[in-house]
Every structure is written in C-alpha cells, then in structure tokens.
Design a protein around this ligand. Structure first.
Ligand SMILES: [Zn+2]
Length: 654
C-alpha cells in the first residue's frame, strides 16, 4: 500500500529549473525523474496514486464480501458475488463466448433494417448501445423534471477525428483498429481473411457515422447540442428506421426528448439504408463484443487490452485482475462499492473542514463577480443570483441508491454485467414521470474526482478525493487551499465558464447575459484559447485550446478565488509563521503544482490531447499561474518571463 506523501517536499524540487521559467518542473522535477509511469498505467500522478490507494482499501473488503455468504439481495451478497464471479477465470475461459450466443444468433438472422432496429433496441437496454446513446438527466428547460437525451454514437474509436484526420499517424492507428476488430471477429470464429475484410467494411461504416458526428469540442457547446424534439417528430430525422416508435418502445413515455446532433441521425438513416446487410451484421457483432470484451475469455480480453490499453492508452501491461474487476464494479454497482469504502475510510472531520472551505470559496467567488469591472450591473446581479443558488454535496450521499431487484450471482461475469446495465436502464426510464431526485450523485463516493452539474447548479466532492495530497486533515490552510481549495474553486468556476454560464441559478438553459457582456466574456475566454493552443505537448502535438477552454477557465478562476479565500482565512486566524522557510503564499502555489504533477506515456498524451477537456499537467499547472500577479509576487517572477504574462497578454475572466 502506498503511503500519503509529505505535503511540500523540497527534496523533490528541481533546483536546476528556475521558478520563473517553468514552475511545474521547478517544483516537480525530482519527483518526475524518480517516478516514470508504472507499466500498468498510461499516466501516473496524484489522481492515479490516490485511486490506487482507494483500491487497496477496497481490495480486502471485496475479498471479505466474496468469502462470506450474506443474505440474497444485501449489499454484501451483491458485491461479494460480483467479485467472485469476475475473479473465476477458469469458469470465464470455459464459458467462452457462450453468454453472448443469443445476441449473436439474432444478429446472424437479421435480414432487414427492421431486424437491425429490433436488435439495436435490445442492445441499447443491455449496455452495448450500438449506433447512438440514450439516457436521462434533468430537463435543460425545467430542472425539476427529467428529460431523455438522445445522442450521437456508434463508434469504436474514441472520437470523430480519429476517422477523419489524414495524417500518417492517424492512418496507422486506423490500420491498427481494423486489425483489432479483425482479431475479435477471429475470436468469434471467423477465418482470418473474412475477419480482415469485414473489419475494413466496419471501419468504412463507422467512418460515415463519424463524418456526421460533432467533434469533442463541438459536443461541449450546449447551445448546439440541446435541441428539444417531440417524440412524434423524430421520424423526420430517421423516416426509414422509424425513430419515433423506436424511442417510444424503449420506454420513453414523455412527449419530448433532446437530440444532440440532428444531422447525425439523418445521416444514420441514410447510411443504414445504403449499407449491405452483411456489413450491418458484422458491425453489430463487433459492438456486442466491444463493451464486454474484458469480461469474456482471455483471447477477447487480451485483444481489447492490446488495442485500447496498450496502443491507445500507452499501458505496457494489464493491471492485475482484481483492479480491473474493481473498476468494472465501480461502473456497474458503484454505490454498493462506495458504501464499503465510506464505512472503512471516511471521517466526518474531513467533511466538516471541507464545508468550511466551500463557504470561504463561495464568498470569494462573490467578491470576484462583484470585482469583475467588465460586467454591467444587470449581468452581475444575475451572476450573483446564480451563485446564491449553488448547492453542494461533500463525502457521500445522504441516501444510498436502491438496488432492489438487481440479480447478481456467482454464475457468468458478463451476464452479471449485462444485468447491471439492464437494471440501470430500467431505473432511468422508470423515473421519467417522477420529479428530479436532487439527492442523487452522478459518481460513486470512492472515486478521485469532483464535478459541477450545470442542470442542478451544484458542486460535488466525493470522499475519494478528500485525502492527501488533495486534502490533509492536519496540514496548514495554505497547503489545503492550494490543493482541494483550488479544486473547489475550479468546480464553482465551472458554473461561470463557457458552458456553465449559459445556465441560470435553477439549472435552466437561459441567456441571462447582456449582449455586450457576453461578447466581452468571449473575448476574454479567447485569450485562454490562444494561450493553450500554443502549448506543445510533444513534437507536433499541441493542446486544443477550444476543447480545454471550460477546464482552463475553471483552473484560472478556481486558483484565483482559492488564493483569495486563503487570504481571508489567514486574516481571520492567528498570524502564521513560515513552515520550512516557506510563507503561506509560497506553500499555496507549491501545493497547486504538487497535486497535478503527472508522468505520461506518449500514447496516453496523444489520447488525452484529442479527447480530454482537461489540459495535460504542465500546461494545467503553469498557465493559470502565469496569469496571476499574486504568483509572480510570491516568487519574484519578473514580467515577461515564461511564468508571467505581461499586462497586455494576461488572461483575466474572474
Ligand atoms: Zn473541471
């Protein structure tokens, strides 16, 4: 088990790199040199390290649950049987692809688009979800009611651009993808020749869907992607497929849904009509295997790792089986796993101290909004109203999710996984007519993450992240404000970033900005887009300033208000002496740089630059600092050096 680190450890600095040149390297050089990425990871830094620590806590609890026989339907029974079935490699190998046979048989018998529609309908409820996505969330025009969101999808590569870029590296990757699809079809019993040929046709089919898809950056545009349609009007998008009846058959009882990309569904209808049945059957077989490959026999699992884990994610070897199973359990029965974790590892003391910090951060955001001289009073009043409407959740849910009716047994791992998916889909659809459950959590409490939910106007901090180095129960305020304080500030700022600023205090998509204030906000945000576009991650690989804009606004604003909140906390307490010769302000910025230090494999960097709205670590740490005069003052950074933008080029939003 890895031990929590010392909050600020000068032994891990790089004395050869000046703070004013590259603060990230200055603070973390020693650590980065001593911590290459472990072979079973694509990236390695505090989020992964804390996640690994949480997994160690949970490992024994899962083993214990599997060893006991708790009453059927209890949390212990479900978690224990899930783990036992998933760890039984012999039974999984012996079963081969048998658990998926019924689905493969109906695909083999498909002769028309109507048959395809029936199969997709069935798979949508069981997890594989070929062709598109579908789920519920609060209505973007009435956050007390649920709305079904129908989305583009159906791709086996991570994002649209993987299909459409014509550089050499992308072409090579597509070749590797085709080889991977062929390998899985081979595992289903196809000859090598036919598998290779089918995989090529699958790529061509997915490429047509990709061409009609929005990019990852476009998918962040809430005004583009929230579009209300009457269920009865959906046939206008897919007349041949019959989207209206299909959606109603899935249990959508409401009169309207939101469609993220109407053009995608028009293109999908045409593509389905023009594609030979043989290709549609092969495509469906591939998409039955893809999501569950890691729960099947070793040939499927190894193939999936080789492409998704190794080629795309840069992992040199698979994680041990228990970790892979634990990650699957966190997705399938997250709140059952979370209960075990919280009982064993979360203290009320951490929750109390975080609540105090949230209060300080919210009041600092209020000052930032009042001080934003570029805003007119009308917009400012709305912004303050929105801030006053913020809700927060810390630690774990007041009420755990009810899994009554979900059957998990010691039989087939993949069947357990499918039943979890089916249960969750039915749970979502059954709540369509009910008021929104505002107590629900969007991620389990043991994960190392946090979020802002624009439709609920709430910030949420799971127990999993409330530990070193993000939060120390016994550290000085400066260290905690530079770490979890900046995370809290980051989530608050999301309410006022390029996405969140389109929603009001009640989570409704409403334009509460005057035209001139919106134009000025956009102008200020563009400064950040340009700054991040200029970051070279690897040779020829630049950060995507547009994709990462929301996170970059949140980092800059979050750090600024966390610093302000620290000054407020310091002023209210006893005068604080330097620790290890470092002032509170120095420790604040050092703490920020420490929590985001990360070693990456090149493959993983390529993947996140194309798909992750968060910037890679060095840019994430250095860029906000270079825009903050308080940082320059704390470390004596002269204007014009790499770590200090001048008055002319500095980004300032909140
Ligand atoms: Zn964020």
């Amino acid at each position: 088990m890895n031990e929590p680190p010392r909050a600020i450890d000068a032994a891990l600095f790089d004395p050869g790199t000046a703070a004013s040149d590259d603060f990230y390297r200055h603070v973390n050089g020693g650590w980065l040199d001593a911590n290459p990425v472990p072979s079973e990871y694509g990236a390695w830094g505090p989020p992964q390290i804390v996640h690994a620590r949480n997994q160690d806590v949970l490992h024994q609890l899962l083993e214990d649950a599997a060893a006991w026989s708790d009453p059927r339907g209890s949390a212990g029974q479900m978690v224990g049987d899930y783990f036992a079935a998933a760890m039984d490699e012999q039974a999984i190998a012996a079963a081969g692809v048998a658990p998926l046979e019924p689905y493969l048989a109906s695909i083999a018998a498909a002769e028309s688009v109507a048959d395809v529609r029936d199969i997709v309908h069935d798979l949508q409820r069981r997890g594989p979800a070929p062709l598109h996505s579908l789920g519920i969330a609060p209505d973007f025009e009435d956050s007390d009611a649920y709305l079904v969101y129908v989305g583009q999808g159906g791709l086996g590569l991570p994002e649209r651009d993987y299909y459409t870029r014509d550089d050499e590296q992308s072409a090579t990757l597509r070749g590797q993808y085709v080889a991977h699809v062929a390998r899985q079809l081979g595992n289903l019993g196809e000859t090598e020749e036919r598998a290779q040929e089918a995989a090529g046709r699958i790529l061509a089919f997915e490429t047509r869907l990709a061409e009609a898809s929005y990019t990852a950056a476009q998918m962040r545009d809430v005004q583009l992607t929230m579009n209300r349609f009457g269920v009865a009007e959906l046939d206008e998008l897919m007349p041949a497929f019959g989207l209206s009846g299909y959606v109603a058959d899935l249990g959508v009882t409401s009169a309207t849904v939101s469609v993220d990309n109407p053009g995608f569904f028009r293109a999908l209808d045409a593509t389905l009509a023009e594609t030979p049945m043989e290709t549609l059957r092969d495509y469906l077989r591939w998409h039955v295997i893809r999501p569950f490959a890691s729960a099947l026999s070793p040939a499927f699992e190894l193939a999936a790792f080789d492409f998704y884990g190794h080629t795309l994610g840069g992992q040199k070897e698979m994680q041990p089986r228990w970790k892979r199973v634990l990650n699957a359990a966190s997705a399938d029965i997250g709140e059952l796993v979370a209960q075990l974790y919280v009982d064993a590892a979360f203290s009320g003391e951490a929750k109390k101290r975080c609540e105090e910090m949230v209060d300080h951060l919210l009041s600092a955001m209020g000052r930032a909004i009042r001080d934003a001289g570029w805003m007119t009073d009308a917009t400012r009043d709305e912004a303050l109203r929105k801030l006053a409407g913020f809700h927060y959740k810390i630690g774990f849910p007041d009420e755990w999710r009810d899994y009554t009716g979900l059957v998990i047994d010691r039989g087939s791992y993949v069947e357990n996984r499918m039943r979890c998916e089916t249960f969750e889909f039915a749970r979502q659809m059954s709540r369509l007519d009910e008021p929104v459950d505002k107590g629900e959590w969007a991620m389990p409490a043991h994960v190392v993450n946090a979020y802002y939910h624009p439709l609920l106007n709430e910030i949420v901090f799971p127990a999993g992240i409330l530990q070193p180095p993000f939060f120390y129960a016994d550290a000085d305020d400066a260290v905690n404000y530079g770490a979890i304080g900046a995370v809290i500030g980051h989530e608050i700022t999301h309410g006022f970033d390029d996405q969140g600023s389109h929603f009001d205090a009640h989570g409704q998509l409403r334009d509460w900005w005057t035209e001139e204030d919106r134009a000025e906000f956009t102008r200020r945000a563009e400064v950040l887009v340009d700054q991040f576009d200029a970051y070279e991650v690897l040779d020829g690989l630049q950060v995507n300033g547009r994709l990462t804009l929301g996170e970059n606004i949140a980092d800059l604003g979050g750090l600024k208000i966390a610093h302000d909140a620290l000054l407020e906390a310091l002023a209210a307490g006893e005068p604080s002496a330097p620790i290890d010769g470092l002032t509170p302000e120095e420790r604040f910025f050092l703490s920020w740089a420490t929590v985001w230090r990360t070693s990456y494999t090149d493959e993983y960097l390529h993947l996140i630059v194309k798909t992750d709205p968060h910037s890679p670590a060095r840019a994430r740490v250095n860029n906000p600092l270079s825009n903050l005069p308080a940082f320059a003052a704390a470390f004596g950074v002269p204007e014009g050096s790499p770590m200090a933008h001048g008055e002319e080029t500095r980004a300032r939003i909140w």
